[in-house]
Design a protein. Structure first.
Length: 396
């Protein structure tokens, strides 16, 4: 058995990523020598402020925005809440929110809380998805009303990698005078994004999904978009987000965005080829396995595969013995196994939803690692099925 850390085969990058060595390198001076407050008037603080300025420019370049449209937050969840709650305040006469049934809990739970806390004065439309995880654009167009304050649709699903047509959806929202937000936490750095050419009003991203540290995020706010801060306080971020900036992590995020821009082609060629090899190897060698999500409209790094009649947690435990890291599509809550809300929305059969595993790769993965995983997973599934009283056999 291998020994952590260093020997792990890490295929859980949609959960979090390794901090790139280049990112650590640029962060270190801001944790040691350049410790001044960027808001201070003295030159020492001014040097730190320059680091923030550079990072803002680096983030803006990756997503095709102006630096002034970028504000730094603590995470993607804060950015999501800020966008939605701001829209509800600037349009106090509007109480309707449009989202999907497959959103990340950052939006899903926020909408549930808004309904509960306001006695359902806020109305939420949750768009359905089909078996491939895709949105019905006709349903979306019909859902837009004069009472809609904001649309919040993720750019790419965190579990399946399915990419939604958010640019077209934002255009339709704009025609109706509705603000549009996208949680692009999984998309940024994996697919090309140019906000100058879109109608998107708000975009959220998170540092730890693209090889920057945890605890730093971004909210893009299109110039001219009406906005009310979520965290009121000092004059930081031009009054749009109070609180002394997490300078070292912000500087790291800036460098990570610069690296992501440089490696975007690699993500969509070499990483995608590794994903496809992994996917083909598992689907070909494991009976009663299935891909969850659209075959082409998907992030280049993500494969969500269900193995029928076994539980995801059991698969992960056996994978862990070989130091293979991935995620399950279900969560054990209060002693009962609850399938992923994303897979339920897609209509994935109960026998498959419980046995779903999400593999999410990065530029740090290798072909040798894929070969190792493809060799081990079929053995794991076979052994677990032999212990399952529900396994009907390969021929049924």
């Amino acid at each position: 058995m291998k020994t952590f850390p260093g020997d792990e085969i890490y295929m859980d990058n949609n959960a979090t990523t390794k901090v790139a060595p280049e990112v650590v390198e640029v962060m270190m001076p801001y944790l040691t020598d350049y410790y001044g407050n960027p808001s201070s008037m003295h030159v020492f603080g001014g040097q730190v402020a320059e680091g923030l300025k550079t990072a803002r420019e680096q983030v803006a370049r990756l997503v095709g925005a102006d630096p002034e449209e970028i504000i730094f937050t603590s995470c993607g969840t804060e950015s999501d809440s800020t966008a939605v709650l701001s829209a509800l305040q600037v349009s106090a006469d509007k109480r309707h929110i449009i989202t999907t049934r497959v959103e990340h809990p950052a939006i899903k739970t926020l909408c549930e809380n808004l309904e509960a806390l306001t006695g359902h004065k806020h109305r939420v439309t949750r768009l359905k998805v089909d078996a491939d995880g895709m949105i019905d654009m006709d349903e979306y167009a019909k859902a837009l009303t004069e009472d809609t304050a904001i649309v919040s649709i993720m750019w790419a699903n965190n579990e399946t990698g399915v990419i939604f047509p958010v640019e077209e959806m934002a255009r339709l929202a704009k025609e109706r005078g509705v603000l549009f937000h996208t949680d692009a936490v999984q998309a940024v750095g994996k697919i090309p994004i140019n906000l100058k050419e879109s109608a998107i009003d708000f975009l959220s991203l998170s540092g730890h999904k693209l090889h920057a540290p945890k605890g730093v995020g971004v909210l893009y706010i299109r110039r001219g978009t009406p906005f009310v801060p979520f965290l009121a306080g000092g004059h930081q971020e031009k009054g749009r987000r109070g609180g002394t900036e997490n300078v070292a992590s912000i500087v790291g995020l800036g460098r990570a965005c610069e690296l992501a821009a440089e490696k975007l082609e690699e993500e969509n060629t070499r990483v995608k080829a590794l994903r496809d090899k992994l996917e083909h190897g598992l689907l070909s060698n494991v009976p009663r396995s299935m891909l969850n999500g659209h075959t082409t409209e998907r992030l280049p790094n993500t494969a969500n595969i269900s193995f029928e009649y076994v539980e995801g947690e059991s698969i992960l435990l056996h994978m862990n013995r070989h130091n293979i890291c991935a995620s399950s599509g279900s969560a054990c809550t209060s002693g009962s196994l609850e399938p992923s809300h994303v897979l339920r929305a897609m209509g994935v059969p109960f026998t498959a939803a419980h046995g779903s595993i999400r593999f999410s790769l990065s530029v740090y993965n290798t072909e040798e690692e894929v070969d190792f995983v493809v060799g081990k997973i079929p053995e794991i599934i076979e052994s677990l099925r032999k212990m399952s009283p529900f396994w009907p056999g390969e021929e049924t």
